[in-house]
Design a protein around this ligand. Structure first.
Ligand code: PHE
Length: 455
């Protein structure tokens, strides 16, 4: 137990790494990565994504955690403290507030997708999918989407689960959830890859993900790849800043960053190697989009041996991945409310409730509003409310907040101050990271946005 009233902290370095890896590994790795890679033609997209991880999102990820550790408070408060230490007149906390809004935006669609994963997991547990006809699977998806109440209810169930974990203090809630779910997630994932290698067409999957195909280098492809890199690490909404504020000074941040990014990448690629072999073996297109894991894949589960069990493991894995991320998404607002003396359970329920309300926009986009494009008049035709929220947060809020973190660490704070906050970092490594955060990442993000506007 921690002393009452003390600022919360994780019990150990490992506990922090597991929690942060839990935040990074999420729907973005399994549902997002596979469908975005599928739609963007595989190999070339993966290459740009890797570069974006190494030179832009990864270094920004470390910057965000460091800001949290230096500020030891919720994102707006931590940023206010750092601002005060420099005498800058820019309003740093606004970056924190925008992040808090971003957490609710991510949760709003996260909950719907995770809710569907829970629902499908339950169906599989009852023996569903195995031996089903294709039309039965299509009907399941269509019926679910035709029933906004069911979608909203499952989203609410998922958020209730998330809120329950966050209600506890850090060590008994978030920390324990990660320690239980993350190892299971890795075991299930490795099992699925082995299964797919055995049953599916691994060669075609490897060629699709790593082979060089004709790539259409557009500014949109870059934006999607960089957006995906930020999203998958969870940089830019303050979740990592909050976890960073709970970490001890003994955490070696560069090393922790390396391991977390490596785990995150491993899960994305392994998810690709679990899903695409089955997709190719059954001769369907990998470009199905957001429906890849809820429509294409279940149709395949219906055909393969042991389909019901495989489906259950897959959807359980997806649910675990989602929960360990959503608890990090609920943490910043809950920590901020705790600073205003709202108890954790009350704060968690309030913010989960807000996320459920917002999730109705995604529910609507998947149900009756499939052809409704709210901002069509502004040239954003063809984008539902869900598309606008997802792309708005991952392609704009995350990279722009990431840019702000880099500018804070690289330019606004003095080099000695940043160096002193990373006492154990090896000199050359520090210089390299500092240079990337100061120059490369900000330039890359700026170029990206100029490209997106011009192109
Ligand atoms: N990284 C998570 C994923 O890949 C999503 C996330 C975004 C988590 C932002 C925290 C903050 O699904």
């Amino acid at each position: 137990m921690q002393a009452k009233g003390a600022y919360p902290s994780f019990t150990s370095r490992l506990a922090f790494i597991i929690a942060a890896a839990g935040s990074a590994v999420g729907l973005g790795n399994v549902w997002g990565f596979t469908y975005v890679a599928g739609q963007n033609g595989g190999g070339g997209f993966v290459l740009i994504y890797l570069l974006a991880l190494a030179f832009v999102a990864g270094p920004a990820f470390m910057a965000e955690m460091l800001i949290g550790r230096m500020g030891k408070a919720s994102p707006p408060t931590a940023l206010a403290k750092l601002q005060a230490s420099t005498g800058s007149r820019l309003r740093w906390p606004s970056v924190g507030w925008i992040g808090l809004i971003g957490t609710l935006m991510v949760l709003s669609f996260y909950a719907v997708i995770a809710g569907q994963a829970m629902y499908y997991g339950l169906i599989a547990l009852e023996g569903g999918f195995g031996g089903w006809s294709e039309s039965a699977v299509t009907k399941l998806d269509a019926d679910f989407k035709a029933n906004p109440w069911a979608m909203a209810l499952w989203s609410a169930a998922f958020m209730a689960f998330t809120a329950a974990i966050v209600s506890f203090d850090i060590r008994t809630g978030i920390e324990r959830a990660g320690k239980v779910m993350m190892p299971l997630l890795f075991i299930m994932l490795i099992g699925l890859v082995a299964y797919s290698g055995h049953t599916g067409d691994m060669g075609a999957a490897v060629n699709f993900l790593f082979g060089f195909h004709e790539i259409n280098f557009s500014s949109r492809l870059f934006l999607e790849a960089v957006g995906q890199a930020f999203f998958t690490l969870g940089v830019g909404v303050g979740g990592l800043m909050t976890y960073g504020s709970y970490m001890g000074d003994d955490v070696r941040l560069p090393r922790a960053t390396f391991w977390i990014v490596a785990m995150d990448l491993f899960v994305a690629l392994a998810a690709g190697l679990a899903i695409f072999p089955l997709v190719f073996a059954s001769g369907v297109e990998p470009t199905a989009g957001p429906g890849l894991v809820f429509l294409t894949l279940p149709i395949i589960f219906a055909e393969v041996p042991g389909g019901a069990f495989v489906a259950f493991i897959f959807f359980l894995l997806l649910t675990f991945a989602a929960v360990t991320s959503s608890i990090s998404l609920l943490s910043p607002t809950v920590q901020r409310l705790a600073e205003a003396r709202v108890s954790r359970p009350v704060a968690a329920c309030l913010m989960a409730g807000a996320a459920v309300m917002l999730s109705l926009l995604t529910v609507y986009s998947f149900a009756g509003g499939r052809g409704v494009y709210p901002l069509a008049a502004f040239g954003l035709n063809g984008m539902t409310a869900f598309d606008l929220i997802r792309e708005g947060v991952s392609n704009f809020i995350l990279p722009l907040s990431g840019l702000a973190y880099c500018l804070i660490i690289g330019w606004a704070l003095k080099r000695e101050v940043v160096r002193a906050a990373l006492p154990m970092a090896e000199g050359r490594l520090f210089t390299l990271w500092y240079g990337v955060v100061r120059f490369i990442a900000p330039l890359a993000i700026t170029a990206l946005f100029i490209g997106a506007v011009v192109g």
